[in-house]
Write a protein that binds this ligand. Structure first.
Ligand code: GCO
Length: 256
């Protein structure tokens, strides 16, 4: 069965920022569904560690270290894939950073860094991937990782909020231009998830209590809880789903 199938056998997925956290959990989920996964990060040691972890689980994983916000580095990484005969059928734009500061104290360089990594990089990597998907004529899947801040702002994380709002519309722009090539571009909006990036929030008793009281699930999410939605959006089961954002947030937005 191909229509409606969740099987990713024979597909290759690139997951950016996948040495840990949400990216690693999504890469693992895609690999468990049959895909070959290419992990990405900037730090080679952490990347190699993640590749070994997945390989030890019997999954098909390899690494590609490059900075997603550096146009030249992104180009070179895709040229290296071409030379290896590696075609990216599924791209997950996950790499992201956080910088928490009130806007009145926010410096331009930090604004720029967060926008570059969380938004512009998804365009840069998406453009390279889509060029090849279109040239090959087999379609493709792009999943851009948004956030609750794709929908609602939270004080002290303005550049992150703006970038994640942009991610939602980037998926729609990709859908608008590339749907005719059988490319589906959708977003996933994770809720508050237990990751290294959120360590300071998890360890802040007030914030932790706020997350638990404002969320109908009354708990933080786990990175692996994003994998099922990623597999769905990477698979033929979602071939007529395009430009959407699916929140995986325990119901947080439902009661906002
Ligand atoms: C933060 C942000 C995020 C949230 C995420 C929820 O302050 O770090 O709020 O990291 O976890 O945006 O979707």
């Amino acid at each position: 069965m191909s229509q409606g199938s969740f099987d990713l056998s024979g597909r290759t997925a690139l997951v950016t920022g996948s040495a840990r956290g949400i990216g690693l959990a999504i890469a693992r989920g895609l690999a468990q569904a049959g895909a070959r996964v290419v992990l990405n990060g900037r730090q080679t040691a952490a990347l190699e560690q993640a590749v070994s972890t997945l390989a030890a689980e019997g999954l098909d994983a390899q690494g590609s270290a490059f900075d997603v916000a550096d146009e030249q580095a992104v180009r070179q990484a895709f040229q290296a894939f071409d030379e290896q005969g590696l075609h990216i059928d599924i791209l997950v734009n996950n790499a992201g950073i956080q910088h928490r500061a009130p806007m009145l104290e926010l410096e331009l360089k930090d604004w720029q860094r967060v926008i570059d990594t969380n938004l512009t990089a998804a365009f840069l990597v998406g453009r390279e991937a889509a060029r090849r998907m279109i040239a090959k004529g087999n379609g493709g899947k792009i999943i851009n990782i948004g956030s609750l801040t794709s929908e609602a702002a939270r004080a002290t994380v303005a550049p992150y909020t703006v970038a994640k709002g942009g991610i939602k519309l980037l998926s729609r722009s990709m859908a608008a231009e590339w749907a005719r090539f059988n490319i589906q571009a959708n977003s996933i909006g994770p809720g508050y998830i237990l990751t290294d990036m959120n360590e300071a929030l998890v360890n802040n008793p007030e914030f932790d209590a706020w997350v638990k009281s404002s969320n109908p699930a009354q708990r933080w999410g786990k990175p692996e809880e994003l994998a099922g939605t990623a597999v769905y959006l990477a698979s033929p089961a979602s071939d007529y789903v395009n430009g959407q954002i699916i929140y995986v947030d325990g119901g947080w937005l439902a009661v906002l």
